[in-house]
Design a protein. Structure first.
Length: 166
């Protein structure tokens, strides 16, 4: 189960994130109540979505800082540090967070067969989407036989080097 490790001054405690929405602030209705004067009554919220956990600032006066950057909305991952004034909260994700990548890799291995995949990796693009890239043994072996680097891109029509003029 996901949780927040909350530090306010000398006081530290853990709060389980067992609700779909966890409201954070100074208000009585907040599930995580802060005594920090810089916190708004309804400062921010953490939502559990099908894609994972999401931190949203609720137009607070002093802002919500995630890993040193002021945010309005951002996905959360294990180890992220949320700061509201002097209060600090460390997000600890679900215990199966890392399993999501392993499950994808295991499914990929199952579909492609162990003996055909040389290596695979999860690549995150600039827009945050993840893609599973794989290199198959048959392509790598063929390129090694030809004396070419298997990591070089292939072209169907090799371009000869330009002719030198004297």
């Amino acid at each position: 189960m996901a949780k927040l490790v909350i530090r306010e001054g000398d006081y530290q405690h853990e709060h389980p994130l067992d609700e779909v929405e966890t409201l954070i602030g100074r208000s009585q209705k907040c599930l995580v109540r802060l005594t920090e004067p810089a916190a708004s009554r309804n400062h921010c919220t953490i939502l559990k979505t099908p894609e994972g956990w999401l931190l949203m600032d609720l137009q607070s006066s002093n802002g919500t800082i995630l890993n040193g950057v002021r945010i309005t909305e951002s996905p959360l991952k294990t180890g992220d540090v949320i700061r509201i004034g002097n209060a600090e909260m460390v997000f600890k994700g679900d215990s199966d967070d890392s399993k999501k990548v392993v499950d994808v890799r295991e499914k990929f291995r199952e579909l492609s067969g162990d003996d055909k995949v040389v290596k695979y990796e999860v690549v995150t693009s600039e827009d945050g989407t993840e893609e599973l890239k794989a290199e198959r043994v048959d392509r790598a072996a063929r390129l090694r036989k030809e004396g070419r680097d298997p990591h070089e891109p292939e072209t169907k029509d090799p371009v000869p080097p330009p002719e030198r003029r004297p």
